[in-house]
Design a protein around this ligand. Structure first.
Ligand code: UDP
Ligand code: MG
Length: 311
């Protein structure tokens, strides 16, 4: 194996042909200014455009570029995982391809790393070009996850972060199929610190995180780190049983006292519908967990490489 570079920059790319040149230029300028050896792990997540070809061109011209080409689109979290698997650096930086995370911030991350922090996450102070709805749902999500899990995921962080080699080695051993990397990198512990930055608007193209993908990622985060949704069924069950325990004698007594109009058909129907609905919801939640168990048991590879770097 080649000598380890000090830094690896891991970039997942899905249909990013319009951003890649600007990204390359800015990253090279920033990383060369460190004066230390570094490598650029470009992951193509099964793009339909020319991204994969461009990556191969860069790899030919520039020895520091390590091309990791996936056989199809596996999604952002898996693409980053593939990049982490192929990164050699003592510090590994994960950054988006669309220049929403300004490469210049990497220097701040590195500075913290040199102070001895092992996970340095970039924390958004402001976000340009994002809809109100996205900001609101993101805020709600982080509050929820911090309430129901034992970890504290810092607010307003994405996957833009620096990980020390020790942390990357641990993450690379955690082969769970449904991955929420920003949660996993908090879960591992180590010394963590944040750096504030202003998130820019996308350089070109549009987001690949549709609403349904965001819901999927949120579900992965919750089921991956908490049993709370399962436990809610127990709480609700006890509440419903408690209410009936009180209601039953009350109704019996009222009936005995001659009140025959107390319970109508409508209230019977409502109670049945309500409980039926609640039961179906919890069947669905059980299904989410069971599906994930099935994925783990089946144990397919996390991703398939079409082409990887030579070493
Ligand atoms: N991405 C990927 N695979 C996907 C979707 C996205 O590798 O299936 C990459 C994308 O190229 C970008 C990063 O993940 O570098 C973040 O995606 P995007 O900018 O669309 O998300 P947003 O910033 O809007 O949350
Ligand atoms: Mg983006």
């Amino acid at each position: 194996m080649k000598k380890r570079p000090v830094y690896s920059i891991v970039v997942p790319m899905y249909n990013e042909e319009a951003s890649i040149q600007a990204l390359y230029d800015r990253l090279v300028a920033v990383m060369d200014s460190t004066g230390e050896p570094w490598e650029f792990v470009m992951v193509d997540d099964g793009s339909a455009d020319r991204t994969a070809d461009l990556i191969k061109d860069y790899a030919e011209q520039d020895q520091r570029v390590r091309p990791v080409l996936l056989a199809r689109n596996f999604g952002h979290q898996i693409a980053v995982t593939a990049g982490l698997d192929h990164a050699h650096g003592n510090a590994v930086v994960i950054i988006d391809a669309d220049l929403q995370d300004p490469p210049e911030v990497i220097l701040d991350l590195i500075e913290k790393w040199k102070e001895g922090y092992e996970v340095v996450y970039a924390q958004r102070a402001a976000r340009a070009g994002e809809s109100r709805f996205k900001l609101w749902t993101a805020g709600l999500f982080y509050r929820l996850i911090n309430r129901i899990t034992t970890m504290k995921i810092p607010l307003d962080t994405g996957d833009f972060r620096l990980l020390d080699r020790k942390v990357v080695d641990v993450l690379n051993q955690m082969r769970e199929k449904h991955r929420f990397l920003r949660g996993m990198s908090v879960w591992v512990g180590f010394k963590q610190a944040g750096v504030k930055y202003e998130r820019a608007a996308r350089y070109a193209g549009k987001t690949h995180y549709t609403f349904s993908k965001m819901v999927k990622l949120a579900t992965t985060a919750i089921t991956g780190f908490s049993f709370f949704p399962l436990q809610v069924a127990t709480y609700l069950g006890f509440t419903a049983a408690g209410v009936s325990l009180i209601a039953i004698p009350v109704i019996v007594v009222m009936r005995l006292l001659g009140n025959h109009e107390f319970l109508g058909q409508a209230s019977t129907l409502l109670a049945t519908l309500f409980l039926g609905g609640v039961q179906l919801i919890f069947l669905g939640i059980l299904g989410e967990y069971i599906g994930r168990i099935y994925d783990e048991v089946r144990d397919r590879p996390l991703y398939i490489l079409r082409e990887g770097p030579e070493d």
